[in-house]
Design a protein around this ligand. Structure first.
Ligand code: FES
Length: 103
């Protein structure tokens, strides 16, 4: 089990407990604003875009090539961007803060 903290563009912090699946699936299951997961998690929409806080960047790890390519098309991409459909929930992510890129 891990507590995943989402920070919306409105500045609201929403903490959700997850055990398995992707961060995007967890976010859409509770209706986090700005995190839609339109493509269902196949890395082709970037509507699950999040920014990973510095403390957790190493733990989350680097994006795969296909994810990096998708992010290149997103004008909101930053150095700490990840597509949350590509991040699997695990206990090592407990307490992570993810800023939702879109409103
Ligand atoms: S849900 Fe579409 S890229 Fe993540």
């Amino acid at each position: 089990m891990a507590v995943i903290n989402f920070i919306t563009q409105e500045g609201e912090k929403i903490s959700v407990e997850g055990t398995s699946g992707s961060i995007m699936e967890l976010a859409t299951s509770v209706g986090i604003a700005g995190l839609d997961g339109d493509c269902g998690g196949v890395c082709s929409c970037a509507t699950c875009h999040v920014y990973v806080n510095e403390t957790y960047r190493k733990i989350v790890g680097e994006a795969e090539k296909i994810e990096k390519e998708m992010l290149e098309f997103d004008e909101l991409a930053k150095e700490n961007s990840r597509l949350s459909c590509q991040i699997e929930i695990s206990e090592k992510l407990d307490g992570i803060e993810l800023i939702v890129a879109r409103e």
